[in-house]
Design a protein around this ligand. Sequence first.
Ligand code: KIV
Length: 310
Amino acid sequence: MGQQGTVPAVRSRKRATGSTPLVMVTAYDAPTARIADRGGVDLILVGDSLAMVVLGYEDTLQVTVDDMAHHVAAVRRAGPAALVVADLPWMSYHLDEADTVRNAASLVRAGAQAVKLEGGRRRAGMVAALVDAEIPVMGHLGLTPQSVHVMGGFTVQAREAEAARTLLADARALQDAGCFAIVLEGIPDVVAGMVTEAVEVPTVGIGAGPWCDGQVLVFHDLLGLEERKAPKFVRRYASLGADASAAVEAFAADVRAGRFPADAESYHLKDEVAASLWSAAQPGPAADAPQAISVGSGGGGPTEGARRSR
Ligand code: KIV
């Protein structure tokens, strides 16, 4: 865990000024936030990728402000030093400014220090309204997953010159509206480099090549928590999914073979308590005694269990 992250500190991190690249990862709950924070990231994004990565949906359109707030609060409870940014979900910033500010405020009250929204010039008014309400905003351009149906899938954007020029104009509009940083997702490296040069706020890339001011990856992707085929921009730094399955398999084998739990993994009674309980449970003159307590029957059986101390 490093120094407490702030919006102005992130805003100042243009690589052209000699800064080291910004590092952002997603996190969706307290343990993932703690792991990310211990890893020394600058920003934690409670992304609406929550829908696909954690909740099992096909796209990101299914999560609500309440879903996001629930997960933002869990991340906040981890007490990260990294700046916590929360995604505004689809339809939470599209209708009117008051609705947008109210939704963003719910995420801030849950623990976010900034919000992120997708789209360019068409969202500039909403960005300005949020900034006016003292809510810092991160933009998101290129492959914007909330536009999956318009894009016809999760496909690389701005491959043609005209689309690249439009993206550049969108980035300038977001900057002018007050965004403190802009995520560039799924665009050619040269386009991301051009946008990064053109705007004064830092860009954070994902599938956008090496010339952004920072990089972001989804937590589960970089740790290899799922064995599905990842997009080519994902670099896996671990294979935790395979490790986790192997661990569960070993647990199942130990239980089935009677190797778990071991003596050291069990709680024990004092000898005299165990002996008196056990004799009360034997048939005979004491059989009228209450039978409510049963002595465990695992391992070497109840007799051995009763003999063990503590
Ligand atoms: O929701 C998310 O995880 C994101 C990142 C891919 C930038 O928006």
